[in-house]
Design a protein around this ligand. Structure first.
Ligand code: UFG
Length: 339
C-alpha cells in the first residue's frame, strides 16, 4: 500500500512541485492549505499534470482543531511542513503575525503527530538561518544566526523546536531542509511561482520585466566583493528541490532523532549573471538599473551540499538554462499567475 504524505501548506510554490514528485514515486498525497498565499486552482493543474485526484483540505494549518480532521481521516506516514509566511520585508513590518503563524503551524502539526502517532516530519528551513557572519560555502555544522529579520528567526526557532522535540519524543524523526534560492517551474508550464503583488525576489521580478508587467529591474548594489559587484546566490531549480523532499521522506522513515541538510547546487551566480542567462536562454532583453543595496542583503551565499549528496543521495540535476527557460515558460503562459 502507498504511504500517505501530508503536505502542510502544500498548495504553494514548493509544495505543489513536491506533490508531483511524490505522486511520481507512488506516494499518496494530502494537502492542507488555507490559501493565504496560494491558489486553489493549483489542484486542477496538479490533476491535469499527474492524472490523479488531489485530496485537499482548505484549512489553516495553525488551527489544530480543524487540522484534527486531516489526521482523523487519513493514515499519515509523514508530514512535510511548508506552512509559513515567507516575505522577509513583510516580516519586519508585521513581526507578531510572522512569529505567531510560523510557530503555531509547527506546534499544531507536532501536537497532532504525537496524538496520531505520526513519526516523520520534514521542515522547510532556509539558508537564512546561517545569518550574515558565516562565509560561503555554508556547511550544516556552522554556527547559526543571528538572523536579520523575523522571518529568518521563525525558521531558526522552528529548527530548534523540532530538534528539541525529537530529543524528548523518541518516536520522532525530523529532517530539516535548508533551501537556498528556489526558482524555475514545472516543465509543463502549468504550475510555478505566483507572488502576491510586486515580487520581492529576483527571478520572479526578472520574469515580470520580461513580460512587460514591470518596466525595469533594480539591481540592489554593484559594489559587493563579488566577481561583478552584484550579490551572489545559489539558485536551485524547484523540481530538484521537490525531489530532495521525496528523498527526505525516505530518509526520515526508519530513523529517529533529527538531521539537517543544505539543499543548494553549490554554485553561486550573481544578479548580473542571472540577467544575462535569462536574456540569452529566452532571446530577450531585461532593462535594468543599478540601485542602492537592499538592507539585510549579504554579498555571497551558496551551499556546501556534500551532506545531502552523501546521505540523501540527492544532487541538483538541472542547470541555469533549465531554470531560466522554465521560469519564462511559466510566466509567458500565466502572465497573471493563477488568476
Ligand atoms: N535582487 C535584486 N533586485 C531585485 C531582487 C533581488 O538585485 O529586485 C538581488 C538581491 O539583492 C540578491 C539577489 O538578487 O543579491 C537574490 O535576492 P532574492 O530576494 O531573490 O533572494 P534572497 O537571497 O535575498 O532571499 C532568499 C529567500 C529568502 C531566504 C533567503 C535565504 O527569498 O526567503 O534567500 O538565503 F531567507
Amino acid at each position: 500500500m502507498s504511504k500517505t504524505v501530508l503536505l502542510a501548506g502544500g498548495a504553494g510554490y514548493i509544495g505543489s512541485h513536491t506533490a508531483i514528485e511524490l505522486l511520481n514515486k507512488d506516494f499518496d498525497v494530502v494537502i492542507a492549505d488555507c490559501h493565504y498565499n496560494s491558489s486553489p486552482i493549483v489542484y486542477e493543474r496538479l490533476e491535469e499534470i499527474t492524472g490523479q485526484k488531489i485530496k485537499h483540505y482548505d484549512i489553516d494549518v495553525a488551527d489544530m482543531q480543524a487540522m484534527r480532521q486531516v489526521f482523523e481521516e487519513n493514515k499519515i506516514e509523514a508530514v512535510i511542513d511548508f506552512a509559513g509566511y515567507k516575505a522577509v520585508g513583510e516580516s519586519v513590518q508585521k513581526p507578531l503575525m510572522y512569529y505567531e503563524n510560523n510557530l503555531n503551524t509547527t506546534f499544531s502539526l507536532l501536537h497532532l503527530m504525537k496524538e496520531y502517532n505520526v513519526a516523520n516530519i520534514i521542515f522547510s528551513s532556509s539558508a537564512t538561518v546561517y545569518g550574515m557572519e558565516n562565509q560561503s560555502p555554508l556547511v550544516e555544522s556552522m554556527r547559526l544566526g543571528p538572523c536579520t529579520n523575523p522571518y529568518g528567526w521563525t525558521k531558526l526557532m522552528n529548527e530548534q523546536i523540532l530538534m528539541d522535540e525529537a530529543k524528548s519524543n523518541t518516536n520522532l524523526s525530523v529532517v530539516l531542509l535548508r533551501y537556498f534560492n528556489p526558482i524555475g517551474a514545472h516543465a509543463s508550464g502549468r504550475i510555478g511561482e505566483d507572488p502576491k503583488g510586486i515580487p520581492n525576489n529576483l527571478m520572479p521580478y526578472i520574469a515580470q520585466v520580461a513580460s512587460g508587467k514591470l518596466q525595469q529591474l533594480s539591481v540592489f548594489g554593484d559594489d559587493y566583493d563579488t566577481h561583478d559587484g552584484t550579490g551572489v546566490r545559489d539558485y536551485i531549480h524547484v523540481v530538484d528541490l521537490a525531489k530532495a523532499h521525496v528523498l527526505a521522506v525516505d530518509y526520515a522513515a526508519g530513523r529517529k532523532g533529527s538531521d539537517v541538510f543544505n539543499i543548494g547546487t553549490g554554485v553561486g551566480y550573481s544578479v548580473l549573471d542571472m540577467v544575462k542567462a535569462f536574456e540569452k536562454v529566452n532571446s530577450l532583453t531585461i532593462p535594468y538599473k543599478i540601485a542602492p543595496r537592499r538592507a539585510g542583503d549579504i554579498a555571497t551565499c551558496y551551499a556546501d551540499s556534500t551532506k545531502a549528496k552523501e546521505l540523501l543521495g540527492w544532487e541538483a540535476e538541472k542547470n541555469l538554462e533549465d531554470m531560466c527557460r522554465d521560469t519564462w515558460n511559466w510566466q509567458k503562459g500565466n502572465p497573471e499567475g493563477y488568476r
